[in-house]
Design a protein around this ligand. Structure first.
Ligand code: AMP
Length: 143
């Protein structure tokens, strides 16, 4: 299964922020939208980085509660790993495991097409396994 199938179900919505926003603002956004990471984009929409809840936790652990007033640009990860619609879900899982992150933006020719989280991957993998099990059971029952 490729990423395209997951995007077809979950849609292309990506919550993003700007580099000058504060960690406090992003924490409120993550909480309001019930998500774990936001993309950081520039004025013309280009991806500048990604900031996840882990970045906020690390910032507070090293700088105390005052770090919540820091700019996003100070704590985001600027080298973002992306994938395309043709990327296989197994590759995304491998990439998340190797890179130790749980979010992968889907980008093609500079256009942001969506974001895949580890939750999306697990959900679709379980559905796939359940489908395979049903097909096998049906086959055995009719053989
Ligand atoms: P996460 O597991 O997604 O909460 O992120 C863990 C760490 O990896 C944080 O420092 C994020 O900024 C970073 N991160 C998250 N997603 C990506 C990605 N697609 N590419 C590079 N770094 C990422």
């Amino acid at each position: 299964m490729t990423v395209a199938r997951i995007l077809a179900v979950k849609g292309r919505d990506v919550i993003s922020t700007q580099p000058h926003r504060t960690l406090r603002e992003v924490a409120a956004l993550l909480s309001e939208k019930n998500i774990g990471a936001v993309l950081v984009s520039g004025a013309d929409g280009q991806i500048l980085g990604i900031l996840s809840e882990r970045d906020i936790v690390c910032a507070i652990a090293s700088g105390g509660a005052g770090a919540l007033e820091d700019a996003v640009s100070r704590h985001m990860t600027a080298r973002v790993t992306t994938a395309t619609r043709d990327t296989h879900v197994d590759e995304i899982m491998e990439c998340m495991t190797q890179g130790r992150f749980r979010h992968v933006p889907i980008v093609e020719k500079g256009e942001l097409l969506g974001i895949i989280s580890i939750g999306d991957v697990v959900k679709h993998r379980i559905a796939e396994i359940e489908h395979e099990a049903k097909v096998l059971k049906d086959y055995i029952a009719t053989a």
